[in-house]
Every structure is written in C-alpha cells, then in structure tokens.
Design a binder for this molecule. Structure first.
Ligand code: MOS
Length: 729
C-alpha cells in the first residue's frame, strides 16, 4: 500500500504525547538563566543605568548592557539574518539609543530564572525621552512607496473604467496589529563545551538562519557552533528570523564560558515581531451583468523606524479575478515599534481580506450571488505576470464547497424568530506554491534501515511524518524503515520552514535522493549479477525493501552483503522545477461560513465553516487537514478576537497577555469541515504537491465579515469585528 496519500499518524506523535519530545527549553544541562530588562520608553536614550544593586543580588553572575558590550561586537559586525528586510537590523546593547518600547536594555544572568528576573527589577534607569507619534494613523503623512517594493504593474486605464462602471464601490478596510502567540515561547539553550565550541538549541524555523546570524554577529564559524532544533511548538512566522534571546544567551555563554538558557515570558513574546496594522482603500467597478471592469487596491502598512518590513499585499487583487483595468499601490509608514514580522500567509491574508470583502460588496450592489459573481470573473492565467498557472482547480473548489455547504438553499432553514440572526458568507483564498533549493543525505545500514538528514524544521506541521512517507514510497521500503532527522546545522542545507514550501522543497529533495539510491542499488546488483548487466532501470521495481526483476526478488540488504558494503550513503541537491519559472504556482480554496448573531447582545458565533481546497497532490490528508483546521481557527481569531493594542502615547503594547489579547479558544470553534479536490500538477515541483500551511487562513475573515453583512445589513470594515458595533444603539 502506498504511503503517499495515506492519513498517516505522526511518526513523532508518541514522543510528543508522552512528553519525551525535547523542546529548546527542555534541554537539561546546568544552565545559568538569563532575563532581560526592557525599555519603558519608546524613543530617546538612556542617561543612566545603575546595575549595582542587581549585581549584588544573590546568584547574579553578570549583567550585560550597552555600557559593557564587547568591542568586537561593534566593528564590521553583520547583524542581518537571511530574512532581514531593507534597513539596519536591531543591534542589542549597541548604544544608548532607544528605538522602541520593550527594547532589551540589560541582560541579567543568574543561577536561577527567578533570581535573574528579580535582580532585573533592581536596575535603575534614567531616560531622556524624545517626542514621537506612536500610531499608524498619526504617521500616515510619512507613508512612502519608496520604502516598499513595487507591486505588480498597473494595467489598462483604471480611472476611466471605474468612472464608466455601472456599479461601483469605494471602501476602506482596516486590520489591527496581530501577534503570533505560539504555544512554545521563544527560547535558546547554549551548551558551552570545554574546547570553546558550543551547541545551541534555538527556537527557530530553520537552524541555518540562526547560524548565519551567529556567524555575522559573533564570528562563530560552522566548525565552532552547532545549532539544533528538534521540535518547535508552533511558530507561524515568529521563528523565521532569529530573535533577541539567541543573541542574549549566546553573548552570556561566550563571555561567561558557561551554559546559558534564556526563555522568554509570554509578555516578552509581544516584544518583537507582529503582523502589521494596515489600511486598505479599495475601489471596484463592474458592469450590470457583474463583469469586473476596474479594480484599485491601495495599502499602507506600518513598519519600524529602522527596517522596512514589507509584504505582498495588493498584488493578490491583480491576480484573483479577471480584470483589465487594475491599479495597485503599496506604501510603508514607520512607527515607533519593533519591526513587524511575517505571520501565517503574510500579505496574502491581508490583501485577500480587503479584496474578498470588496468583491462581496460589489456583487451585492450588482444584485448577483457572491459565488456566481466569482465564477463569472474567474481567471485561468496570471495577469500580473502574464503567465499560465501550473494548475488551478479553484472552480472545482467552488462547486464542491457549494454542494457540501448547501449554498444554494442556505436560507431555507433559517428563521429570524429566535434571538439569533443567521448569516452566510463566502470567500476565495489562495497562497503561493513555491519551491526552494534543498539538500538531503541518505544512508542505508546493513539491516536495511534508512536514515535521511536535512537541516529543515518541523514547526508542528508534520515534516517528520510526510518526509518519512515520501521516502518510504520513493525507495520502496516500509515506513518503519525510515528515520528522518532534521533541525541540525550539521545536516545538509535546507530553506527555512516557511512560505508553505517545505513539502515542495525538502520533499522533492527527498524524492531525488531516493531515486539516486535506487539507481545505485541497481548498479551494485548488476555488478554482482553479470546476467542482468543489460537490464533497463525502468524494468526494475522496488518494493518492500526488495529489488524485483523478472519475478525474482533481491533484498537491498542481500545486495549490500554481496558487495561487502556495511552501508550506502548518498546525498542530493534539488533545485526548483522549471515550471517555477515558466508558470505561476498557487494553491486555492473556497470557504463558506454560517454565523449567528445575538440580536440584543451582538455576540457573534460561527457554528459552521466549510473549506474546500485545491493544493496539488496531498501527501498526507491528515496532517494537511490539520494545517487547514489550525489556520481557520486562527482566521476566527483574526476576524473576531485578536487585536494588539498599543498605547500610542508610550508606544507600549497594552495587552501583552492572554487575558487581554484574545485568541480563539475551544468555545469559539464549532463545526469546521475541510476537503481537498483533485488537482494534478506536473509543473509545480516533482511531487506535484502545493503547501497547505498558510492557505486556510486566507479569506476566512472576509467570509465572516460577509456573513455578518448577510445577517445584519452592516458592513464591519475593521478587524477584529467586535460585538459593540452590532448592538442596536
Ligand atoms: Mo510562515 S509566516 O512563512 O512561517
């Protein structure tokens, strides 16, 4: 039975549920513990920093500040990481300047975490404060397109087409700042060895990122340092760039020549990246029959004063529907905060939110069912890039979702007699299907067991499991003969686990190394059996750890023995498929929701969500479904709960905790159904698989917004959508 396509349970599941999976903060070693003191102002400089009382406190080993940063960390030092946006990355303790509220200004290292934390409160800081404006709104006049990458080219004549449209809408949409909030907080455990080499366990979505940073900042070459990350308790983009705890724990370990661990508190998890607040202005026009004539999407997003974080936001509006007259604009505005950071479906989730609300609004004004409107404006080539798609089965998603959800007869069952109003909404979602280069090594031992290695990560997505499935099938061996190892800079290179590209990138590399193995074992076999010298590779089959030819079977281990080989090792570098250049690759979905709203209290509930996705070959329908479910739960949060609130007078996040920053919890989540339609793709990558990690969150907030309109006749145009806006005033 093939493994690919199976609902295989997680191979690392038993380790996780029995508590044996070691996360970064679980590493057991005699550590010193580090705790940072953070700036209480957002802009200005430190005048005085008195650490004497803290230094004298029990257990304190050292305190690091801008006053004692080793000189070698100042000159010609490169603080960038592979995902640094344009600008100057934040450099901890570099000088006395304060760039944002929450900036680490002192690191206390002590025997215990509690001692370090307490001692940090004994540090006395005097600041010189500078005036600043803390909100996106107040800084809008500084919005600049020069700071942002250019969006897809404008096409046609938007102004003229918009003016001539029979039906049009102009609407602003706003999204609050969101924080990632993975279950596992950021942590780094540095194990300092006697020979001066170090092993660093880091919470990161790709150990190569940490290594690049450590090399640039501390001059630690790969021979001196090994970065490991066996398990990651969720990341969602928060671990794409090394965060300040990596710098802190490494600095302290190198200076003190001792093991050091730093684990962020939940509150500190609000002291770095976030999904930026954005403001969209949408103008859409169509003809009476619902043909989209004109579309303009302008977005302004926040960034920090020192880096120009950008996302691909407005391009989605030029991509998802057929439209000849398109005008796109993207600007950035610096605010006095830390730099934003990619968060699940960065850019897509924002751009598509505004687009899908606007499309719904336009369809309604044109008097056309929103699903029909989308079908009418369907497009089967990429108008931004003028390229065909590798595949696009979105139409099949619409059809299947319509049927599953009962879209046509959705209103039949609803009565407005109870205290609830019911509403229905839908949206389209999409995400890129990219492939990056990746390398994998493979070793078969004398017992026929395979070990595959790659520096990639498993951020909870199921990398261990799906890579094992791919390897088992592509080698022709049982699943339990595969041991897939990851998260170690000693392993072959991998892209960071992000962008939903791990299956397509690492999975294709796994398939590649397995194919090489089959060629190699066939060669060895032929050498030992001269009769088979001329057998074509295509006529050989590989099954259950055997090479089969002409109804004869030879086990891999037997072939190895005959060749007197103890083990067989192969490595492989896979580069992106040609289709990645010649075609545009995207996964798509259709999402439909039912909501109910309490007439008096305005409470919004989402009893039913149906998502049908097209994402190429699904390697593991179980882990893939998990990804979509998780993304949709977050979509619920984004739509109805999550709001990072900044007191703009101080630039401080006011709700840096789970009591006041509301995420979707069990009580918010009801019936969520997901399915995949068949989508054959022979261009996107050798597996024909598209990523699903991000897809599910795209579109959901708009579907909920559209359903709220359906129920109440009100368009709520700011996320999160809160009940106070629905209470009859
Ligand atoms: Mo994703 S935001 O690329 O982890």
């Amino acid at each position: 039975m093939p493994n690919i396509g199976n609902k295989q349970q997680r191979v690392d599941g038993p380790l996780k549920v029995s508590g044996q999976a070691t996360y970064t903060a679980d590493i057991a070693s005699p550590f010193y513990h580090a705790y940072v003191l953070q700036s209480s102002i957002a802009c200005g400089s430190i005048l005085e920093l008195d650490t004497s009382a803290a230094e004298a406190f029990t257990g304190v080993k050292a305190i690091f500040t801008h006053k004692n940063l080793p000189e070698r960390l100042k000159n010609m030092v490169d603080y960038t990481d592979p995902l640094s946006p344009p600008g100057t990355p934040f450099r901890p303790f570099y000088n006395d300047k304060i760039l944002y509220n929450g900036q680490p200004i002192a690191l206390v290292v002590a025997e215990t975490f509690e001692q370090a934390r307490y001692a940090s409160r004994l540090i006395k800081v005097t600041y010189e404060q500078k005036e600043f404006k803390g909100s996106l709104e107040e800084n809008l006049k500084n919005a600049s397109a020069d700071r942002a990458p250019e969006p897809a080219s404008n096409r046609g004549d938007f102004e003229k087409a918009f003016k001539n449209s029979d039906v049009s809408i102009t609407q602003e949409y706003r999204q609050s700042r969101n924080y990632h909030n993975p279950m596992e907080p950021h942590a780094t455990s540095v194990v300092y060895k006697n020979d001066g080499s170090i092993v660093i366990y880091d919470k990161i979505q790709g150990v190569a990122s940490s290594l690049k940073y450590l090399n640039g900042v501390f001059g630690l070459a790969a021979e001196k340092v090994q970065v490991k990350s066996d398990f990651v308790g969720g990341a969602f983009g928060s671990g794409l760039r090394p965060q300040y705890q990596l710098f802190m724990a490494t600095l302290a370990a190198l200076e003190l020549k001792h093991n050091v661990q730093m684990v962020m508190t939940r509150a500190q998890m609000f002291s770095f990246g976030y999904r930026p607040e954005v403001i969209h202005t949408m103008k859409l026009g169509c003809s009476k029959d619902g043909t989209l004539q004109a579309l303009s999407h302008h977005t302004v997003g926040e960034t920090s004063t020192f880096e120009d974080f950008n996302e691909t936001i407005v391009d989605w509006s030029g991509l998802l529907y057929k439209c000849e007259n398109v005008n796109l604009e993207y600007k950035l505005t610096p605010v006095q905060s830390y730099t934003p950071l990619d968060m699940r479906a960065p850019g897509g989730v924002s751009g598509v939110y505004a687009l899908e609300c606007a499309i719904d609004d336009l369809a309604h004004k044109a008097g056309i069912d929103p699903l029909e409107f989308r079908r009418k404006n369907y497009v089967d080539y990429d108008q931004n890039e003028d390229k065909p798609f590798t595949s696009k089965e979105l139409r099949a998603c619409y059809d299947r979702c319509e049927e599953l959800f009962g879209w046509k007869n959705r209103k039949d069952k609803t009565t407005n007699e109870s205290h609830l109003r019911t509403g229905f909404g839908m949206a389209t979602g999409s995400w890129e299907a990219l492939q990056q280069k990746a390398s994998v090594s493979l070793t078969m031992d004398a017992t026929g067991k395979f070990t595959l290695k790659c520096a990639t990560a498993d951020i909870g997505t199921g990398t261990y499991t799906v890579m094992s499935q791919i390897a088992a099938d592509k080698l022709g061996v049982p699943l339990d003969h595969i041991d897939f190892k990851l998260g170690d800079t000693a392993f072959p290179d991998s892209p960071i686990e992000g962008g939903s590209w791990t299956v397509s990138s690492v999975g294709s590399a796994v398939a590649g190394v397995c194919k090489k193995f089959q060629y190699r074992i066939a060669d060895v076999w032929k050498r030992k059996h001269p009769d088979y010298q001329d057998v074509a590779f295509e006529d050989i089959t590989f099954k259950e750890g055997n090479l089969e030819y002409d109804s004869k079977s030879f086990s891999f281990t037997e072939i190895m023995q005959q060749a007197s080989k103890e083990e067989l090792s192969i490595s492989h570098n896979e580069t992106p498929a040609e289709g990645q250049d010649t075609h545009s690759g995207y996964a798509h979905c259709c999402v439909m929701v039912e909501i109910s709203i309490d007439k008096e209290l305005g409470v919004i509930n989402v009893p039913r969500i149906t998502n049908v996705s097209a994402a190429g070959k699904i390697i593991n329908p179980k882990t893939a479904e998990n990804q979509l479910l998780g993304a949709m739960v977050w979509g619920l949060g984004m739509a109805l709960r999550e709001e990072g609130m900044v007191d703009t007078r101080y630039g401080r996040v006011m709700n840096a905790n789970f009591a006041e920053y509301h995420i979707a919890v069990n009580a918010d989540v009801h019936d969520i159904h997901t399915e995949f339609v068949e989508e054959k793709d022979d261009k996107v990558n050798p597996l024909g698989a598209k990523g699903v990690g991000e897809l599910g969150i795209v579109g959901l907030a708009s579907a909920i917004s559209n359903a709220i309109f359906d129920a109440t006749g009100k368009r709520l145009t700011k996320l999160p959508m809160l009940l106070d806006e629905l209470i009859e005033k």
